[in-house]
Structures are given as C-alpha cells and as structure tokens.
Design a protein around this ligand. Structure first.
Ligand code: GLN
Length: 546
C-alpha cells in the first residue's frame, strides 16, 4: 500500500453516456480554478486503451498526439492541461492500460510478486494507484485525475475499481466528479435525463457515488431535469451543475464552473482551506476580448487530416492565441493537400500554414502550395513536415534539382534533400522511437527567427524521424533558403527561412505545444502579424488606380 501524503487531495473525473463531451477542458478548467486558490495542482490522464501510448495511432482515431518536454507521446487532453494551468506536465501525466499491464507482466517475469497469482485486483489496481501517486509526486496539494472513455466500458473497469479503492482507503482525501450528457430532443422540445441516469447507475454499480455531477448539453437544462438527476444520482441538487455549450470560446468553461461555485463544492468535500478565493479574471479578460474582435485574418491550413477536428488541435489553438493577442479573429480555410494534387485551385488566404504529417499522401500538394506562397510572396509557415516540404520545394524549383525529395516519400531518390535521422536509421520498432521532446536550438543573429525570439538559445519540442540533409545546406543557403536555427551539438536544421520574402519560415519542431492563451507563442504572433500586413497590402493594391 502507498503512503498518502497528508496534504494530498485527489479529484477524479469520470465521464458518462458518450465521449467528446469536453472532459479534458473540464479537468483543465477545474485545475485552473484550484490553482487560482493558491494551491498547487498536478494532473494525470488515465487512458483505458491497450496501446502503450497514442504515438502509433492514426490522427483519425485519436486526434493529435501531444508531446511533452520530456518526450512522451500523449493524449491531446494534456494540451488542455498545459494551456489552462501551470502544472508540470510530463511522462507521468498520462498512463494507459497498455503501460500498466506491461509493467505488471514485466514485474511478474522478474518474480516481484513472490509466487502469488497475478490478478486485476490487487496487482493491476495497485499499479494504477501507484501511477496516480507518482503524478502527485509527494508535492501537489491537489491531483486531478481524468479517466478516459465512459463508465460502462469494459476496459475502464480496473480504473474505476482503483478509484473506488482510493475513496474507501482515504475518504477525506477524494472527490468524485462525474461528467454526463443530457440530450435535447427537438421533436419534444425538452432535455432528456435518462442517459445521464443510466450513467450514474453504471457508476454506482462499481461502487462510486459522485460528489458533483456536471451535465453537458446543447441547451440550458430545466430545474426539473436537474432535480431528477440529483435524485437518481444520490447527489444534492446544488452539486448538479448545468453546463450547456459555451457561446463564444472555451474560456467560458472555467467562468461558468466558478459561477456554479465548484470551488466551494470541492473545498467542502475535500475539507480544503485554500489561501485565496478562486479567481477567473484571466479567463474573463480573454473572453471579453474575444467577444469584441472585429477584424479578421484568413489563414489557409494545408493538411490532410482536416476532416478530423482534433488532428491539429494545438496548432489551431496557437493560431487563436496569437490572433487574440493582436485583436484579430483567425478564420481558417481548409486546404486539402490531396485535392491540390488533383489540380484544385489554391484558395486565397492572407497566409498559409503547412501542417506536419507522415507519409507520401498529400506531400506533392503541399509542395505546390509552398511554391505558390514562395513565388507570390504570401506569408507561409511550415511546421515539421512543413519545413521539409519547403526545403524539397526550394531544391526542386530554385536550385533546379528536379528529383529532389525526402527519403520518407521516395526511399531511392538520387537527391535526398531530406533523409532519415542518422540515429534512427536502423530502428525498426514504431512506437516511441522518433526524435521526441525538447531540444535546444541556436538562432543565428540577423535572421527573422532571431528577431522573433530575441534570443540566441531556445528550446522547442520535437516529433520526427527525418531531417534536412546537411550536405545540401550550403547550396540551399547560397540559393536563398537560410538555416537560421540549428541544434547546437549536431548542426541539425531546426529552422529555415527566406530573407527576401515577407514571411516564409519553416520549423522542424512543434512550437504549438508551448502556446497558451495568456502566453501566445512568438512565432505564431509574428506569423499572424505578417498575415495582417499581407492583407493590408493586398487591399491597397486592389484599390490603387491603374
Ligand atoms: N514525417 C516527418 C518526419 O518524421 C515529419 C513529422 C511531423 O510532421 N511531425 O520527420
């Protein structure tokens, strides 16, 4: 059994009825409210699927893979945690059933269980609890634990059992919050509570009675429906919170939760005496600003997973953060890279962003877009694969190396301008083998990159297998594609830019992971400013008399 840190408190957030209710944003918002009360917070996401991590999953399955500083490939909800709080997010902040079973089986092989029969209870549930305590790290005043999936899923059972045990073992230290769904039936014009009732019954069947129920819905829920949920759920009516879809921005979530006095509800359950009252001013200010935006910029997003809203989550967030900082609405226009290959006209935009990705599909479409933006001097931002696209395009059309390519797309190319990272050449295993996490990067003075960061040394997060071939760097630079950022020890190309262009810059890393609404990333801010400039110029040329 694990020693419980005396001041440690645990808030478990489970979900009912269906996924995609915004449990991650709720967990992040609650964490932000608790932080504002002067308490330290740690957050962990428990994912009941069997993959060791989401790194090997398709973006269509699971949305974006979020990368931490210490190189973990994790669930995208960790992005919300980092964007809403100051909590330290690391490998310890996401664990899956795959990792837990792997650990238990390896321990069994080592003989750690001293001849006992290895079972879900206690061995798997103990390992789940150990990981929760690891995330708490003997430090955090409050640890928020989000459980992926919904109650009733077979694979969630060991996680719910571990939570039940923790409450049984430390009743004063645990608070259970259940997020459920209350659909609105258009035909009868009313909200229906039956699915929520069922999810509360499912939770009760595994021995958990929540302290707080948050009801997600498209419309406000009437008092009678909330009363029903309270009665069926064994939860006092003041702890059944109505959380309809937000009108303007996700910043509204912490504001609404505070209006519902979730801070007091949690403090009562956990017997907390926080130093401060909760404060959501930061969110109120951002919301106020976002409601009153008048001007907008149009950003063409060039990718191939565009139909999956979550596949580029952090980039979309970072663009919005930067827009807000410049008092601009950012309107996105989807540019499907595969359709570009089939001669689709490139939609007009003030600026383009070429997204990261893997594999040949859509690569040539991205090349066409990069050429268009370069030749027409339209601001263009390449992220990870985007940098590689910009480099191959430049080699083909400026240096006239017609068959220049990346070995990811054409393994036998005679001109591998982008090729596999040396250290990964003989790696065959797929999961967790990329260049992952935070690496330093030296910036060259006098470049746009330096001008933006105003620093010689920066640190950014990575997730890639390929790099710019260093033997082409001299020719690329002579031709006008400057390497303005390099990894200090290996000289690996981290940033490329064209100086004779209003804004044409590619990065091998993922700056989007470090952008927060209250601290937008400088690269995105500069990019949005360039988009606005380009818009103004285009307008001027249009109205100028011929
Ligand atoms: N496929 C490229 C690589 O592995 C780019 C990866 C990315 O965009 N995240 O290097």
């Amino acid at each position: 059994m694990y020693a419980l840190p005396m001041q440690g408190r645990f808030i478990f957030i489970t979900g009912g009825v269906l996924s995609s209710l915004g449990k991650g944003v709720i967990a992040a918002s609650i964490s932000s409210i608790i932080e504002s009360m002067g308490l330290s917070v740690s957050i962990i996401k428990l994912d009941p699927y069997l993959n060791v991590d989401p790194g090997t999953m398709s973006p269509y399955q699971h949305g974006e893979v979020y990368v931490t500083d210490d190189g973990a490939e994790t669930d995208l909800d960790l992005g919300h945690y980092e964007r809403y709080t100051h909590a330290l997010i690391s490998k310890k902040s996401n664990t899956t059933a795959g990792q837990i079973l792997d650990h238990v089986l390896q321990s069994e092989r080592k003989g750690d269980y001293l001849g006992s029969t290895v079972q879900v209870i206690p061995h798997v549930t103990d390992e789940i609890k150990r990981r929760i305590f690891l995330a708490q790290n003997n430090k955090a005043d409050v640890t928020v634990i989000e459980v992926g999936g919904t109650v009733g899923d077979i694979e969630s059972l060991p996680f719910l059992e571990a939570i039940r045990q923790m409450r049984y073992e430390h009743p004063q230290h645990c608070c259970n919050i259940h997020l459920t769904y209350v659909p609105y039936l258009k035909s009868s014009g009313e909200t229906k509570t039956k699915p929520a009732q069922h999810s509360l019954v499912a939770l009760r069947q595994v021995g958990i009675i929540p302290d707080i129920v948050i009801c997600r819905s498209e419309h406000p829920i009437c008092a009678d429906s909330l009363k029903k949920i309270s009665l069926f759920g064994n939860v006092p009516i003041h702890a059944v919170l109505d959380q309809p879809d937000v009108e303007h921005a996700l910043f509204e979530v912490p504001i609404r939760l505070q209006e519902h006095k979730i801070d007091l509800l949690i403090s009562n359950v956990l017997k907390l005496s926080p130093p401060n009252q909760s404060n959501v001013t930061v969110w109120k200010n951002l919301l106020e600003k976002s409601i009153h935006l008048k001007e907008e910029v149009l950003i063409g997003v060039v990718g191939k997973y565009l139909e999956h809203k979550d596949a580029y989550k952090s980039v979309f967030e970072a663009l919005q953060h930067a827009g807000l900082s410049q008092n601009l609405k950012v309107k996105l226009i989807e540019v499907n890279a595969e359709l570009l290959e089939q001669n689709m006209t490139i939609p007009e935009a003030d600026a383009y962003i070429i997204m990261g990705g893997f594999g040949q599909r859509g690569f040539e479409g991205k090349i066409l877009l990069a050429k268009h933006a370069r030749e027409h001097k339209i601001p263009c931002f390449g992220i990870c694969l985007g940098l590689q696209v910009m480099t191959v395009e430049f080699a083909r059309h400026v240096l006239d190396i017609k068959d220049a390519n990346s070995t990811e797309m054409e393994p036998k190319t005679k001109n591998p301008v982008v090729l596999s990272l040396e250290e990964l050449k003989n790696v065959t295993q797929l999961g967790g083998t990329m260049r992952l996490g935070s690496y330093p990067c030296n910036l060259k003075e006098g470049t746009k990159a330096f001008d933006i960061y105003k620093n010689e040394l920066i640190h950014e997060r990575h997730r890639h297998r390929y790099e710019v071939n260093q033997s082409y760097v001299e020719s690329l630079e002579k031709g006008g594609l400057l390497v303005s950022g390099k990894h200090p020890a290996t000289n690996l190309t981290e940033i490329v830019e064209i100086q004779d262009h209003p804004w044409y810059l590619g990065v091998q890393f993922h700056p989007e992971f470090k952008s927060k609404s209250f601290a937008p990333h400088p690269l995105f801010v500069s990019f949005i400013q360039a988009a606005k400039e380009a818009q103004k110029e285009a307008l001027q040329t249009r109205v100028m008399p011929v």
